[in-house]
Design a binder for this molecule. Structure first.
Ligand code: SF4
Length: 402
């Protein structure tokens, strides 16, 4: 059973609240070169239209830094208000000195202490970026990544562990160090003047079990909002499956305030697939509603024609097409559960359990196709216009005429 969500500190990222009682927020990241103002603007727009509530961009060189104010202006001019997060590594202070307007244009900075602040060396980098965030009243994400964990801290912990009478396994020390690095960074940021309500944390790893353990431990030790994500999840089905499992295991425990799914895209594929996956994870767990939930069976040997597959796809496509218009027009649109089933084995049961259900009763040439509304038989459809008539019934349902 889904556990009650852990109450965390509320952090404002631009116009979006992360943590507190806010819904779990969907995030994504661009993969266009940020120096390409047009391509990056268009991709941020695509991600925002798909439902990404925060978008992160790489700012890695002078050309990218110069492009940021133009990208932000382009977006705001057409009413796209999605908060933009600054993703940087190593050279942020050089960019900031050259382009002081950069920091003011962004809604959050993501900091990897593994490459701005070295444990023990206590250099000024971390303090400077925190002071910059305070100056612009901009929140930060403390981002600890298994691939760039502060090696001085890890080595110190490994050495200390080896001297114990009963040393832990190296993997356990690694996870402990991830959590410790996150908490030390938060402690340091507070010391430099950062208020608690301007910080979120992520501890990303590529192994699901390690990642879940790491977040679970962290959640027990902080009330700051947690950004969940499985890093380097892979591509296509593998990336979707592994990210879904990882996020489910944590969300199920009530852990997590914002999520991102990192999928290696197919060449030329839409970047917004990662947003769709995030939304589907949250909707499938009944954490948030974004669109009608369609329950449909896979079909099997009992469906010797393709009528069922065609009908199922037509309904899904039409709902996707009408999404922008209907999500605001109909108050039950995003919470409606629709069943589209292939035959009488599970069809009547699923159709009854849904708000609206339809199932093909047999493979005959011209079948009578029952439609259920709120658990009761509503109408039988027949002929060539089954899809159109089903959509009419669905609109009547959204309009509360039935
Ligand atoms: S509902 Fe019927 S068609 Fe669909 S998978 Fe089950 S048995 Fe097969």
């Amino acid at each position: 059973m889904l556990e009650k969500r852990k109450q965390t500190v509320a952090v404002m990222v631009g116009n979006v609240q992360v943590g507190g009682w806010a819904p779990v927020v969907v995030q994504s990241m661009t993969n266009t070169p940020t120096r390409d103002v047009f391509a990056t603007t268009m991709q941020i727009k695509e991600l925002a239209m798909a439902g990404s509530e925060i978008v992160r961009i790489t700012v890695n060189d002078d050309a990218a830094a110069r492009a940021v104010p133009k990208i932000v202006k382009n977006l705001r001019d057409v009413g796209v208000m999605v908060p933009i997060v600054w993703d940087f590594h190593y050279n942020w202070h050089l960019l900031l000195n050259k382009f002081p307007e950069l920091a003011a244009n962004l809604d959050k900075y993501r900091i990897n202490p593994g490459n701005v602040w070295k444990w023990e060396k206590r250099d000024d980098n971390f303090r400077q970026i925190i002071e910059c965030a305070i100056k612009y009243n901009t929140p930060v994400r403390i981002w600890i990544n298994g691939g760039s964990l502060d090696d001085d801290l890890l080595q110190a912990n490994m050495d200390a562990n080896s001297k114990l009478e009963h040393p832990k396994k190296a993997g356990e020390v690694f996870i402990d160090s991830m959590v410790e690095s996150a908490l030390l960074s938060v402690e340091k940021a507070i010391e430099y003047g950062m208020p608690e309500n301007m910080m979120t944390i992520s501890v990303k790893m590529s192994d699901i079990q390690d990642m879940v353990q790491c977040y679970t431990m962290l959640s027990e030790r902080t009330n700051l909002p947690l950004h969940l994500g499985l890093t380097e999840a892979g591509g296509s089905t593998k990336g979707i499956v592994s990210s879904s499992i990882a996020l489910w295991l944590l969300l199920q425990q009530g852990i997590g305030d914002t999520i991102r799914v990192s999928i290696t895209p197919e060449p030329g594929a839409k970047r917004s697939l990662e947003v769709e996956v995030c939304k589907n994870i949250l909707q499938t767990l009944w954490i948030r509603n974004f669109q009608p939930l369609i329950t449909s069976c896979p079909g099997c040997g009992r469906t010797s024609s393709d009528k069922f597959q065609i009908l199922s796809k037509q309904i899904a496509d039409e709902l996707a097409l009408k999404y922008d218009e209907w999500k605001d027009k109909y108050k039950t649109f995003t919470t409606t559960n629709i069943a589209v089933m292939g035959c009488i084995v599970n069809g009547p049961g699923e159709a009854r359990n849904a708000d609206i259900g339809i199932f093909l009763p047999w493979d005959g040439e011209n079948p009578v196709i029952p439609v259920y509304v709120r658990g009761k038989t509503y109408k039988n459809l027949k002929g060539e216009r089954v899809f159109e008539e089903f959509m009419d019934i669905l609109i009547d349902y959204f309009e509360e005429r039935i």
